[in-house]
Structure formats: C-alpha cells, structure tokens
Write a protein that binds this ligand. Structure first.
Ligand SMILES: *Cc1c(COP(=O)(O)O)cnc(C)c1O
Length: 384
C-alpha cells in the first residue's frame, strides 16, 4: 500500500550534486599549496577546461564565473546589435542578456512539441535590424539546429544557443555545443553539472576564442596592452576544483535520474491530463535533468497552479518552470513581439508546465509516492 501521508521532510524540486567532501578538500589543499586562487592558466582551470572539451565534444571551451556573464560576452564577441530573435519560454537571463547588450529581444512563439523556438515563425520576425537568433535548448531538448542554421545562412545572421540545460546532450554523437556560432552552458548549483556558480562558452572558431579570452579578462592581451573593453568573467580556482570533482559523478547522477524518470513515466502513465514534455528521440542523447509535466485542467480536474499548491501540503515542492513567461515581465510586456496573441503556444505552455522533484538522492519509492499523491489528487478532483 502506498502511504499518502506527507513526506516528513520537504522534497525539493532539485538538490545539487555533492561529491564526497574529501575529494574536494584534497584539491583545495593543492590550491593552498600553489597560492594561486584565480588564474586563467591555473592548474584547476586548465584541468577543467580540457576535461570539458572531451565531455562536451567541442573544440573550444572557455570557463566563466557564471552562465549569464558568459552569454553577455558571447553577444559582445559577435558584436551583436539591433534586434535578436529569441524565445519567451526561458529563464530571465536569456532576454536580460540581450538588454544588457543594448539589443532589443524579439520574442518568437515556441513549437508545441519541443517547446523550443518555432522555426516556422522566425522568418516573419526578421527585419533589417536583426543580427542573430538566440535559441534555448529548453529542458535539454535540442532546438531545430539544422533549420535555424539554414535561416541564418540565408539572412546572414549569427546563431547563439543558451544551452544552460543541455550539459552532455549530443545529436548523433555530436556535442550540442558545436551548433551555431557560440553556445553557453550554465554551471549553477541547480544544473546537472555545476561549479556552485559558473558557466562556459563553446565554439568552433579560433578567432572567437581570441575575442572571448580578451573580453572575459578586461580586454588584457598582456600586462600593458588592453585590446577592448572587457569585463571580469573569469572562473576562479576554487570553482574549477569543485567542477573537476563534480564531473567525476555526473554520469552516475545522469543514470540515476534516467532511472527515476522511467519510474515517473511508468507511474503516471495513462493519468488523464498529465503528459511529460520531453519526448524520446533516437538521435538525441538526453541528460534527464528535469521531470516536467503538463497539466491539462479540463482532463485532470484541477489546474497546474492548484496541483502545485496541493502538493505542498504533502511536502512535495514543485516549480512552475517557466512561469511567468519572459514576454509577460513588466520590463518586456510593452514590446510589440510580447503581445499575447503573438505567442499563443508559449502562453498556454507556461500555464501548464510543472517541474517535479528529480535528483539522484531520491529513490524509486519516493517517485512512486509522489506519483500516487498526484493520482489521488486527480481522483479527488473527479469526485467533486
Ligand atoms: C540557469 C540558466 C541561465 C543562467 O545561468 P547562470 O549560470 O545562473 O547565470 C540561463 N539560461 C537558462 C535557460 C538557465 O536555466
């Protein structure tokens, strides 16, 4: 029998991957010995950069103190200006980065299946001011990378990907970070791989490598030569050391989440009004970072918002991820492209998605219990 009693402790939507502390302190000791806490050629920095090149299957990796600064630098390094076409169904950082570069975000609706930018709607948004397309691999689901590249070639646009969710995702064995001109991965504590705070850019072009290096280090070429107005985007040795240790455990974490994802899908199969948003695609190596459902109020009986609230009573903490839509933020909702009737799919999806607890420390039993509670709430809703 499944117990419907609330969990004794809150089950959060995620927990950071914490490797054995000794492995981290061992590397901290090396840092103390070196007396080098931050340096682009530091031992930890160099080690993490080369390990990530292999893991992400990309020719160039440049580490950053966080993903948002990395994305700001990506726009700077391509000299983007004017307008950039992007998705409203993303984290606040995506449009904010454009604004910080004095670029106007142009919101494009999303595909109802993949929830990434709808490639069929990009073309009508291109104007003489458009300089790039910024796609987001939402929940690790790749954008339509080939079609976006075709459009970019046709109109002479750059392509940047916010790959914050897509660590370790490959398409037919090819690293997701090799698509477009530049991709950004976030290493925030809540991401699958993390350095507490951190991130990186990946790209293929050695000229971009040079500009990124300058831009993330105040524009310095040497002690006495400043090439361009850069910023401080550097990752420090302590972050990099944590990354080296966390990286050892990422694949095991992914496997655990893969298993738990299977339990969720099995336990919630056939529940009217509940669907999982990520579809399996043979060409894609998924990372199983999130368990995201959509709640159809008509079929399920209660809305996503009500389910979110009710689950709290059982100590199950879910997140409305992403809600609200970026285009509905007070700072963007006056933009013509932000009008609701231009973004029907994104507005509906944002009302229906719910991120369920998923992290390696959870057990199959926990997932079964969460699923049973959801089913019980459905039953109760049907009786009303
Ligand atoms: C986490 C995240 C970011 C921001 O990354 P930080 O490393 O926290 O600055 C950007 N975009 C998306 C989609 C994210 O999920």
């Amino acid at each position: 029998m499944t117990s419907y009693k609330p969990f004794p402790e809150p089950i959060y939507v995620t927990r950071p991957l914490l490797p054995p502390l000794e492995e981290f302190t061992e590397r901290l000791k090396d840092i103390w010995d070196s007396q080098m806490l931050t340096n682009l050629l530091g031992t930890q920095h160099t080690a993490l950069e080369s390990q990530l090149q292999a893991k992400l299957r990309v020719p160039y990796v440049s580490l950053f103190n966080n993903g948002t600064i990395a994305l700001i630098v990506a726009c700077q390094s391509l000299r983007l200006s004017g307008e950039v076409i992007t998705t409203p169904f993303t984290f606040a950082a995506t449009p904010h980065v454009l604004t910080w570069n004095n670029i106007k975000p142009i919101f494009c609706d999303i595909d109802p299946e993949t929830l990434t930018i709808d490639v069929n709607k990009i073309e009508s948004l291109i104007t003489p001011q458009t300089t790039a397309i910024m796609g987001v691999h939402v929940y690790g689901t790749p954008c339509e990378v080939e079609k976006i590249q075709e459009l970019a070639h046709l109109y002479g646009l750059r392509v940047i990907y916010d790959a914050a969710h897509a660590f370790g995702v490959n398409i037919n064995g090819r690293g997701i970070g090799t698509y477009g001109d530049i991709s950004m991965f976030s290493f925030h504590a809540t991401k699958l791989f993390h350095t507490a705070e951190g991130g990186c850019l990946t790209y293929q072009d050695e000229h971009i490598q040079k500009r990124v290096m300058y831009l993330k280090n105040f524009g310095f070429k040497s002690e006495e030569e400043v090439m361009m107005p850069g910023i401080n985007g550097k990752m420090n040795e302590i972050q990099a050391a944590l990354g080296v240790v966390v990286l050892r455990y990422v694949e095991a974490e992914r496997q655990k989440r893969k298993l738990l994802t299977r339990v969720y899908r099995h336990s919630l199969k056939g529940v009217p009004g509940i669907t999982f948003v990520t579809k399996k695609r043979h060409s894609v190596r998924a990372n199983y970072t999130y368990a995201i459902i959509r709640v159809d109020k008509k079929q399920f009986g209660i809305s996503r918002d009500e389910l979110h609230e009710k689950l709290k009573e059982y100590n199950v903490i879910t997140r409305k991820y992403f809600y609200p839509l970026c285009s509905n933020y007070a700072c963007y909702n006056q933009l013509p492209s932000a009008r609701r009737h231009n973004l029907p799919v994104a507005n509906q999806v944002a009302r229906e998605v719910l991120s369920l607890p998923l992290y390696g420390q959870l057990t199959s039993k926990d997932i079964e219990k969460i699923s049973a509670i959801i089913k019980k709430l459905k039953k109760r809703a049907s009786q009303n």
